[in-house]
Write a protein that binds this ligand. Sequence first.
Ligand code: DAH
Length: 360
Amino acid sequence: MDGITGLREKYLRYIAAAGDMDTLENLRLAALGKKGEISLKMRALGQMSAAERQVAGPALNGLKSEIDAALKARRAALEDAILEQRLQAEWLDVTLPARPRPSGTIHPVSQVMDELTAIFADMGFSVAEGPQIESDWHNFDALNIAPEHPARQEHDTFFMHRAVDDNRPPHVLRTHTSPVQIRAMQSQGAPIRVIAPGRVYRMDMDQTHTPMFHQVEGLAIDRDITMAQLKWTLEEFCRAFFEVDEVELRFRASHFPFTEPSAEVDIRCSWEGGQLKIGEGTDWLEILGSGMVHPHVLRAGGIDPDRWQGFAFGMGIDRIAMLKYGIPDLRAFFESDLRWLRHYGFASLDQPSLAAGLSR
Ligand code: DAH
């Protein structure tokens, strides 16, 4: 039929040359739209004789499908090209460092608690816990501190309120971690090997005292525990914690109601040039109280003192943190000053280990 070959060549050529989607769409409308050249020709089929229609009909239908297919193929090719262009233009360097995000630091007290927990865990001690609001019995009586004992006053205790007409002794904010000894005995029975790090409270506030501070309690109970094992355990701890090969501890006879005999322990150090060195020099620094657990205390914890004995110690965590990391003022520990926290804090990935903190 007239013009079919011409139309075919024209559109196939234009379609192949179309460089963008708009041009392609205009070509589709020009050929196959309502008023498109091919559509008009198809409409004209109605006016033809049956014989003419039999020739022209299939030819036009063939042309229509051919143009349709060419349009689709060209559209796909253009889409591919557009995608290819985007892939070239927009690329992502996954090796770039991430954007910095604000991050906090680990408080020196938390860091030191993790460190000492790791060291004692290595020696077979597990961690025990007790409440910070403690019964007067656990905090005093069970530890062989009688109601009239001066230690009750010495401790400058914070007392909780009881309801009106409730005459039971008020609970206290625990003044030391020693009540956890009793709780561990009651819940585990003998033998025992635990440490109990945590917060304690006393009404006290000056350059070296804050109303809240931290202690770690240690307790080992077995058939034949002696002071010698206490001494070895503490020396081993100090060696690991202060990262020195040689430490010298001095056991000074002392008195605590919950131990007999009792000893306060000092560590040899030097302050030469204003800098503290552990393990050398001529000065001594007190770091803890300790002793053999008093039979009354064992009994209060439900343990038979004729069959079991053990040692206990209580150490100031803030104190040893200040010593290890050269932090001069205790009060700054609890002031939440961001500059202080950034300076003395530890990165969250700084693993507590025997050499932790060196990379700071
Ligand atoms: N609880 C004592 C205090 O707060 C420290 C202490 C001394 C704990 C001797 C002990 C110990 O376990 O045996 O000062």
